[in-house]
Design a protein around this ligand. Structure first.
Ligand code: CTP
Ligand code: MG
Length: 337
């Protein structure tokens, strides 16, 4: 596949700013929803502490990283001090407790890659997944939230990209497309690479936050209130950024050789990471390095069929942004097989 020459953006691009911002605002969860989530977390905490007085509950994922759209499920991590616990036993016990407290659809998935208990709270209608000791996810949730504080264009872009991915059916890891987490990392990296940059690389800056989780040192600059004007030398608008984002993934990204890395704020080579061939089920057809678990490629779920689907969707989106009369509708048109 040939990479195309730089496309010049359509002249009326900025007429799309207002409609894109309206879409963004319609996706942002209202305050009362956040309050209900907190209320449910407190109830769960009470139940959990009856059985395990030392345990703590943390929110992670989209309800805590500021990239959650309205009516999302919530992700909760049960943190236990004791490292020797048997996760399956804990989850089965937890499922028991929740069941007796009249939660609905309680299900322990002890064999999943990340074992969880699922539940639905009949009071609020909120669905929730609880995992055990997945502390890295709590830390990567914080770094995403910190990035979102620096420039509001990140949250706007990521909401639009996630909404596009869900509408087009390319946010399904079990079908070989990408997780929401991967899409947010793609957005952060894209904004780190604009010139002038819209986002810094927090992991390359002075470490003001530092934790060690499963032998991985997680350090980064987290005093983000000091960075609030960081992107102001770049005046690109949300419409221009959406256009450029899809252009990048449709025509510029070098899928054969490159890895995107939020950790380093730059593009690195597959060669350097030894991600050049298939090992087991990891194919590395699109490479997105996890910021902390750096041996982890978030593109590993993508196979030779789904890479085609994904790239065709990026190309479709780029074409829609360039030529369509009504991109704000067409971009999100549901995919019908
Ligand atoms: N996560 C991770 N590694 C992955 C996938 C997910 O560490 N390969 C963690 C991240 O902390 C992420 C959380 O699990 O924030 C939830 O992942 P995901 O469901 O992809 O993202 P959400 O932000 O919850 O998105 P959605 O709104 O689609 O639920
Ligand atoms: Mg989630």
């Amino acid at each position: 596949r040939m990479l195309r020459r730089q496309m010049v953006c359509r002249r009326d691009i900025d007429s799309l700013n207002a409609p894109f911002l309206l879409i963004y605002e319609s996706l942002v969860p209202p305050e009362e929803e956040k309050a209900k989530q907190k209320q449910l977390l407190m109830l769960l905490e009470k139940l959990v502490n009856k059985e395990w007085p030392q345990a703590q509950l943390y929110l992670y994922g989209s309800c805590a990283n500021s990239f959650g759209v309205s009516k999302s499920d919530i992700d909760v991590c049960l943190a236990m001090e004791d490292a020797d616990i048997n996760k399956s036993e804990v989850l089965l016990k937890l499922a028991d407790i929740l069941q007796s407290d009249n939660f609905q659809n309680v299900q322990a998935l002890t064999h999943a890659r990340v074992p969880i208990v699922k539940l639905m709270d009949p009071e609020t209608g909120i669905s929730c997944d609880i995992c055990v000791n997945n502390v890295l996810a709590v830390v990567n949730t914080k770094v995403l939230r910190d990035y979102a504080c620096i420039d509001e264009r990140l949250r706007q872009l990521a909401f639009i990209v996630k909404h596009w991915a869900k509408s087009r059916g390319v946010n399904e890891t079990y079908q070989g497309t990408l997780s929401s987490y991967a899409y947010v990392l793609m957005c952060i990296h894209f904004l780190q690479l604009r010139r002038p940059a819209i986002l810094p690389c927090l992991q390359e800056m002075e470490a003001t936050y530092s934790v060690t989780v499963d032998d991985i040192d997680c350090t980064f600059f987290d005093q983000v209130e000091k960075l609030s004007g960081f992107g102001s030398r770049n005046s690109e608008t949300i419409a221009q950024l959406v256009w450029a984002f899809f252009n990048y993934w449709a025509y510029y990204h070098d899928y054969a050789n490159n890895v995107i890395s939020v950790r380093s704020g730059s593009i690195i080579s597959k060669h350097e990471k030894d991600w050049t061939r298939r090992i087991g089920n990891d194919r590395h057809l699109i490479c997105i390095e996890d910021p902390f678990e750096i041996s982890h490629d978030l593109g590993r779920v993508v196979d030779k069929f789904s890479i085609k689907v994904l790239r065709e969707e990026f190309e479709r989106a780029a074409e829609v942004m360039q030529y369509d009369r009504n991109p704000c509708v067409k971009l999100f048109e549901p995919y019908v097989p």
